[in-house]
Write a protein that binds this ligand. Structure first.
Ligand code: ZN
Length: 126
């Protein structure tokens, strides 16, 4: 047989739903709730979703949500005995976008030039 074997690893594996991922890793739900709890305070001059996402400070060391997501899904969790379904790029993508999209939009912030990021965010990848 010369049929090309179905390679689910490169041929767009079925994307897991966030709910499926959260069943495997309940801390993802907690993280989503945490993102949903972040509000754009109208009393403040501005709000920056990316600052919350990537973290504060020059090196972004200070607790961005992204770092927390990466603790739970993606290639890095493979060696930690996590469920292998959590270490796929699809899982990472779904968790990343779901949680990032839960943040309010940027307002009056310094990342106006981050068009690409914002477009990626609005790209409808849920
Ligand atoms: Zn911003």
């Amino acid at each position: 047989m010369r049929n090309v074997p179905q390679n689910t690893a490169t041929q767009g594996p079925q994307r897991p739903s966030f709910e499926q991922l959260a069943r495997l890793e309940p801390r993802l739900s907690a993280l989503l709730l945490k993102a949903q709890a972040i509000k754009d305070d109208p009393a403040k001059e501005s709000f920056c979703a990316n600052q919350r996402w990537y973290g504060y400070g020059a090196g972004h060391q200070e607790g961005g949500l992204r770092a927390e997501v990466e603790e739970l899904v993606g290639w890095a969790v493979e060696d930690r005995g996590s469920d292998p379904r959590l270490s796929t790029s699809a899982a990472y993508d779904v968790a990343y976008h779901t949680i990032y999209n839960a943040l309010p939009d940027c307002r009056n912030c310094a990342c106006v030039g981050f068009d690409e990021l914002i477009q990626a965010r609005r790209g409808g990848q849920r």
